[in-house]
Design a protein around this ligand. Structure first.
Ligand SMILES: C[S@@+](CC[C@H](N)C(=O)[O-])C[C@H]1O[C@@H](n2cnc3c(N)ncnc32)[C@H](O)[C@@H]1O
Length: 456
């Protein structure tokens, strides 16, 4: 047995994505286990974020932000249960003029305190935000990570279509960079950028110009040395183009070049990168490309599976999949989970209302309909689904629900006999585990539902 008191080395499962609220998932990660955290949380304005992955058009299935005008329009057509969820978020963030921001900061603080706990003493965190809440977040970060450990306010400057407002264009985001400690051992790899035109004119390109003592940081008169120059030290204003809308997997997607720069500066090959709001996986993709390990978290199942699709190798997605937990997930996410992840099928981009078909399995040959959790299916719904199957020119179909009335089974038999259409009735309990799986424990506390976290 290893002696206690010696630094414990913890192995955690990496190259994984957890589906859930990052507050809960982060609590389950061991302390001081992560080398670098990048997070790009929903901003204060994105009040309807919780379900962004849920509605949209066929050609642009993911929409994240809605103006008040758009939102009022959307409210009229949105499914009632999703609307209820949005309104709950909206209510929480309203709180009167200026007050909602404090709810948001409190929400973020809970999560950032966990980020601080899981970060190694050599590690760093980059918090991506903008004018909406940036100044409040900086104050809170100074408290959680300590003012001493603040390293940079990085300005990510980009160009976008002008809006014609009576003010200057808002063309930058802010990224707050903190190290966990002020230690000299903290990871930071120097990078360079091109020399300014005036410097090039005066000194040329090739040789290093030293203007300070690298050891003491003391300023010295500018001197051209014999060594070839790599450029000047990278500064904190980054000019990087946004992902063009046509290429975006979600409208808040950040450019890989931006994440690459962060990952290369504040981690080394093999290090563990965490993104607690990973969305479609930009950070994870960059981590994988730069030979780092990664852990992604997103509250949206759809986002988690989109991210998985973009990554190479066998990336596992862990999430709430017991029968108890499935009840809390919104219906569209449940349909995605069953049709796409479990059965390797495809989801219907037209969503509900389209003949009641939520997706297809077996190479688009079998339509699937997933009912809301609490719904017990009756005979008329079987008949409607039969019509949907016929219109889709198929001969088979599957309905998934909590329960079916007795006459459903008789109706299914009749349809098979008379119409040669084979409808399968599947209960949620046939797909998901009915009990909480056994939990692993870490220092007496239950941890995530799989052997991901173990002490070496
Ligand atoms: C601004 S997006 C991140 C975009 C990402 N950086 C990219 O490049 O695509 C924020 C993400 O946070 C997720 N999210 C919102 N609340 C969350 C929570 N409490 N825990 C985990 N993820 C959450 C949303 O589903 C969304 O995918």
């Amino acid at each position: 047995m290893e002696k206690k008191g010696i630094e414990e080395k913890r192995a955690i499962d990496t190259n994984v994505i957890y589906c859930g609220d990052c507050k809960d998932i982060l609590k389950k990660l061991p302390e001081e286990s992560i080398d670098l955290i990048y997070l790009d949380p929903p901003f204060f304005s994105q009040k309807h974020y919780g379900a962004i992955w849920d509605i949209g058009k066929k050609d642009n299935p993911i929409k994240t932000q809605f103006s008040d005008k758009e939102w009022n329009k959307l409210k009229k057509v949105i499914k009632p249960d999703i609307l209820k969820m949005y309104e709950h978020i909206e209510e929480r963030w309203k709180g009167g003029k200026g007050k909602g921001i404090h709810v948001y900061i409190a929400y973020m603080r809970e999560r950032l305190e966990q980020c601080w706990r899981v970060l190694k003493s050599t590690g760093s965190i980059y918090l991506h935000c903008d004018w909406h809440a940036g100044h409040y977040l900086k104050q809170m970060m100074d408290d959680v990570f300590d003012y001493e450990n603040f390293r940079n306010e990085i300005v990510w400057h980009y160009k976008k279509w002008s809006t014609g407002w009576k003010q200057f264009q808002r063309n930058h985001d802010t990224i707050f960079f903190y190290s966990k400690t002020n230690s000299k051992k903290r990871t930071f790899n120097i990078s360079y950028m091109k020399r300014a035109q005036s410097t090039l004119k005066r000194f040329g390109e090739a040789k290093i110009i030293s203007s300070f003592d690298i050891k003491s940081g003391e300023r010295l008169p500018a001197k051209i040395s014999e060594e070839n120059s790599k450029g000047v030290l990278m500064d904190d204003v980054w000019e990087i183009g946004r992902v063009p809308p046509i290429k975006q997997r979600n409208p808040t997607e950040k450019p890989e070049a931006l994440i690459d720069r962060i990952i290369n500066a504040s981690s080394n090959k093999g290090d563990i990168i965490l993104d607690p709001f990973c969305a479609g996986g930009t950070t994870l993709i960059s981590a994988q490309k730069n030979q780092r390990r990664f852990i992604g978290i997103d509250i949206s199942r759809t986002a988690c599976y989109l991210a998985k699709k973009e990554l190479k190798g066998n990336v596992k997605v862990y999430g709430s999949e017991t029968i108890n937990e499935i009840q809390k997930i919104n219906p569209h996410e449940v349909a995605n989970l069953i049709i796409v992840e479990r059965w390797n099928g495809i989801i219907n981009p037209k969503k509900s209302g389209d003949m009641g078909i939520d997706g297809w399995v077996e190479f688009r040959t079998i339509p699937v309909q997933v009912k809301r959790w609490e719904h017990k299916v009756g005979r008329p719904e079987i008949d409607k689904f039969k019509t949907a199957i016929e219109r889709d020119h198929k001969t088979k179909g599957i309905i998934i629900a909590k329960d079916f009335s007795k006459d459903c089974y008789a109706e299914v038999a009749r349809i098979k006999n008379e119409n040669k259409i084979d409808i399968n009735l599947v209960k949620f309990e046939d797909i998901f585990e009915s009990h909480n799986r056994s939990q692993y424990h870490y220092h007496g506390r239950p941890i995530i539902n799989h052997p991901a976290f173990m002490i070496l």
